[in-house]
Design a protein around this ligand. Sequence first.
Ligand SMILES: Nc1ncnc2c1ncn2[C@@H]1O[C@H](COP(=O)(O)OP(=O)(O)OP(=O)(O)O)[C@@H](O)[C@H]1O
Length: 317
Amino acid sequence: MSDSIIEVHDLHKTYREGLFARKQVNALRGVTLEVPRGCIFGLLGPNGAGKTTLIKVMLGLVKRSSGSGNLLGRPLGDRMGRMKVGYLPEHHRFPRHLTGNAAMVYYGGLSGLSRREVLHKRPELLERVGLSKWGQTPVHKYSKGMQQRLGIAQALLHNPELLILDEPTDGVDPVGRADVRKLLKELQQEGTTIFLNSHQLQEIELVCDQAAILAAGRVQKLGTIEEITKHPNARIEFVLQGSLDDMQYALNFAETEPWQTDGDHLARVIVSAEDQNELNRCVDALRQKNIDILEMRRLRTTLEDAFLNIVSAETVE
Ligand SMILES: Nc1ncnc2c1ncn2[C@@H]1O[C@H](COP(=O)(O)OP(=O)(O)OP(=O)(O)O)[C@@H](O)[C@H]1O
């Protein structure tokens, strides 16, 4: 049996609107991806990329136009599969008059839990999300970060195997974001798989093991964060000490970016080395000239760079 918790294959979704449904929006145009059990998976994409549509199709809240897939081993939209999912929708709003405690009972009821079951689980969950002292307070007095944490607590009420969070840190300040990250890591350690849809690239980079970049309804890139941020041409940064003339002589065969030097004995230079042989050749040439290699590191692009490259390429096409 596959150990993927989500598998979707060639998913398409076309919304039809307007008079006689003449206007069509192709929100998903052949999405294929797999999410391994136990990982924190990030879905990234610009506005309108199709992220929320993908989540809704996975949950069966929106009907797909074509394609197939399964969620927790059940066909997409199947009720049994959905029962093991905790979901925090984008822009969710709690009824303003409810207290935190009452909101938990209300949402627990929507997940099919009895009041007794909710009362049993509620103290532990509110404690986990740092809201144990706020249960009696009306939700409209909560900050945005507190509301999101309460949203996560309600999504956890029925011990889901998979937690799907649509923009969980939207509008949350840096301290609140760090709290959410810590909570997600703890949940992962306890065996929960987390599917996170976020605009916050740095959040994804800090918390996710794997990610997909979605643009214009298609997966443009999929893999571990390391794979996504790997630079196509390996760039190695050297910090060198010794005679500047000798350094430049030693590396004259290599492709380098402009040198930065202190004008005396120290230099920082970035070398493009296609493979390990070329890197070894640089190191050998430097050492033959008695140059000290103080630092050597492989440069990576940030997730933001990777994202912008992919998204701008998609816009140009
Ligand atoms: N119910 C709907 N009817 C018609 N078009 C829709 C509907 N829901 C979404 N769309 C369109 O489908 C496309 C994808 O929207 P979706 O909300 O899935 O994107 P998103 O990546 O989640 O965007 P955002 O980051 O802005 O929330 C957009 O062009 C959007 O306008």
